[in-house]
Design a protein around this ligand. Structure first.
Ligand code: ATP
Length: 472
C-alpha cells in the first residue's frame, strides 16, 4: 500500500527539526508539551522578522517609540486589566475517562459534526461557571463515547502564577505576563513625557508572554510561552475609526509586501458582535490559510479608553494617565488602537508559505522560498573544487562579507548537493568561485528561485550586488 502523503504541517515540522529551525525543547527528557527551541537557522530568521517589524513600526514612524518592559509587573496591573477575574477558558470534564476539553472546541466540533477532539491535559483547580452554559448531559464524551458523564463547564485562569521571595505566601503572588500590552499602558505617562509625544502616538515592544493554554498545539501556533510584537497607538477619542483603517492597511501590507506572504493566503476577518471582547469597539484579525484552516496571527483592536480607565481607577493616578493638550486646553484619557502580532505564529505562516517542492533538471528538491530579508543565510559561498587556491579565495570573500551579511562557507560534496542544502534552508543566493575567478576575479551568483546564474560580478562588487538584492 502506498504511504499516505504527508500533510504540509508534517513536512514543515520535519524540515524545521532536520535543518535546525525549530525543535522540541529538552528532548533528552522526552520534551515537554508544546515547548519549542529555535535552532541556528530558526533564531536567525526570528531575529530578522522581529527586526523587520521594529523597522516597520518604529524607524518608519516619527511618532512611535519602543520600550522593553519587565515580564513580572505589579500584580495589581492584572487586577486592573481584568485578567485576574476574566482571563479564563471554560473546560468540560468527562467523569468516566477523566478526559478534559475546552468548551469552545467542544461546541465547534459538535456543530461541525467532527468526531475526536484534542484533550485538555492540564490539571488545574476550576470553579463552576454560571448556569447559562450549554448542558452537556446528553452529549457523548468525544474520547470514551459515554453519555451523561460530561460535567458542566468550569473556568480556569490562563495566567501562570509564581511567587516573589522564598515563602509561598499569597501576599507575594505575581504573574508571568500573558500579554505585553499592559506593560505599555502602565509605562505610558513616563514614555509620553520623556519622548514629548502628542496623540496620535505609539509605544511598541517585542517580548515574551505566557499563557497556561489548555489545548496548545499545531506546532508553534499555540504554545504556553511565546513572543508578541505589539504596538499601542494612543489617539484622541473620536479618531479611532481612522486609526483602525490606517493600521489594517499597514499591517496587512507588512506581511504581504515586506515578508512576502502570498496575498491569496492572507485575509482580514472582522470580529462579529459575539466575538468582540466586552471593552472593544471594533476588532480585526489578520488570518493566514493554515493547513488546519484560516486562523489569526495578528489582531488589530480598537480598545477605547477601557484600559486607561481601569488603570486610573486601580492606581488612583488618573491625572498622570490623562493627556493635556496645551493648545486646546483639553484633558482626556487617550483611546487606544492596538496591533498585536505573534512572532512565532508569524514565523509559522511564513515557513508554511515558503515551502515548495519542485524539480531541477530532473532532480526533486525542497525549496524554502523565503524572502531574502528573512532568510537565515543570505548567501552560500562555494569554491568549485578544494584545490588550485579556490578555497582561499572563497574564504577571503567570506571574510569580506561576514560582518555585514549572513554568509555560509561550504566546500563539501558536489555543487548540486551544496545547492540543494541551501535551497532547503531558504538561502536565496549561492556564490561560486571557479577557475575563471583565478583569471578575472569574477564569480557566479545563482538565484534560488529563477535558477539563473547572474552575469559574473567581480569579487569586490559582490557586497554591493547582494545589498541591492536585499533591498529588493
Ligand atoms: P487565540 O484566540 O488564538 O487564543 P487571542 O485572540 O487570545 O488568540 P491575542 O490575545 O489577541 O490572541 O494575542 C495576539 C497575538 O498573540 C495572536 O494573534 C497570536 O499571534 C499571539 N498568540 C496569542 N496566544 C498565543 C499562543 N498561545 N501561542 C502563540 N502565539 C499566541
Amino acid at each position: 500500500m502506498a504511504a499516505k502523503p504527508k500533510s504540509k504541517m508534517d513536512l514543515i515540522v520535519a524540515l524545521a527539526k532536520r535543518r535546525g529551525f525549530v525543535m522540541p525543547t529538552s528532548e533528552i527528557y522526552g520534551g515537554i508539551g508544546s515547548s519549542y527551541d529555535y535552532g541556528p537557522l530558526g533564531i536567525e530568521m526570528k531575529r530578522k522578522l522581529a527586526d523587520l517589524w521594529w523597522r516597520e513600526m518604529i524607524r518608519k514612524h516619527d511618532n512611535i517609540v519602543g520600550i522593553d518592559s519587565a515580564i513580572i509587573y505589579h500584580p495589581k496591573t492584572w487586577v486592573a486589566s481584568g485578567h485576574v477575574d476574566g482571563f479564563t477558558d471554560p473546560l468540560v470534564d468527562c467523569k468516566k475517562c477523566k478526559a478534559r476539553f475546552r468548551e469552545d472546541e467542544l461546541v465547534k466540533r459538535i456543530v461541525k459534526g467532527i468526531k475526536g477532539i484534542d484533550e485538555a491535559p492540564l490539571k488545574n483547580d476550576g470553579q463552576n461557571l454560571d448556569a447559562d452554559h450549554a448542558s452537556y448531559a446528553l452529549i457523548p464524551c468525544p474520547k470514551c463515547g459515554t453519555k451523561g458523564e460530561l460535567t458542566a463547564p468550569r473556568s480556569f485562569n490562563l495566567m501562570f502564577k509564581t511567587h516573589i521571595g522564598p515563602v509561598e505566601d499569597s501576599g507575594d503572588a505575581v504573574y508571568l505576563r500573558p500579554e505585553t500590552a499592559q506593560g505599555i499602558y502602565v509605562d505610558y505617562p513616563q514614555v509620553q513625557t520623556t519622548s514629548r509625544l502628542k496623540p496620535p502616538f505609539g509605544i511598541a515592544q517585542i517580548g515574551k508572554a505566557f499563557r497556561n493554554e489548555i489545548t496548545p498545539g499545531n506546532f508553534i501556533f499555540r504554545t504556553r510561552e511565546f513572543e508578541q510584537m505589539e504596538m499601542q497607538y494612543f489617539i484622541k477619542p473620536g479618531s479611532e475609526e481612522e486609526a483602525m483603517e490606517f493600521w489594517k492597511g499597514e499591517r496587512l501590507a507588512f506581511w504581504r509586501d515586506v515578508c512576502g506572504i502570498k496575498e491569496e493566503n492572507l485575509r482580514l476577518h472582522q470580529h462579529t458582535k459575539d466575538e468582540l471582547a466586552h471593552y472593544a469597539a471594533d476588532a480585526y484579525d489578520i488570518e493566514y490559510n493554515f493547513p488546519f484552516g484560516w486562523d489569526e496571527f495578528e489582531g488589530i483592536h480598537s480598545r477605547t479608553d477601557y484600559d486607561l480607565q481601569r488603570h486610573a481607577e486601580h492606581s488612583g493616578k488618573r491625572k498622570d494617565l490623562e493627556y493635556f493638550d496645551d493648545q486646546t486646553r483639553e484633558r482626556y484619557l487617550p483611546y487606544i488602537v492596538e496591533t498585536s502580532a505573534g512572532l512565532n505564529r508569524g514565523m509559522l505562516a511564513i515557513l508554511l508559505d515558503a515551502y515548495h517542492e519542485d524539480s531541477v533538471e530532473g532532480n526533486e528538491r525542497v525549496v524554502m522560498r523565503l524572502d531574502p530579508k528573512l532568510a537565515p543565510i543570505t548567501a552560500g559561498i562555494f569554491p568549485l573544487t578544494k584545490k588550485d587556491g579556490l578555497p582561499e579565495l572563497a574564504r577571503k570573500l567570506q571574510d569580506d562579507l561576514r560582518l555585514d551579511l549572513d554568509v555560509f562557507y561550504d566546500e563539501t560534496g558536489n555543487i548540486g548537493r551544496r545547492y540543494r542544502r541551501q535551497d532547503e534552508a531558504g538561502t536565496p543566493f549561492c556564490i561560486t568561485i571557479d577557475h575563471q575567478t583565478l583569471e578575472d576575479q569574477t564569480v557566479t551568483i545563482r538565484d534560488r528561485d529563477t535558477l539563473e546564474q547572474q552575469e559574473r560580478p567581480k569579487l569586490d562588487q559582490v557586497a554591493a550586488v547582494l545589498s541591492d538584492k536585499l533591498r529588493g
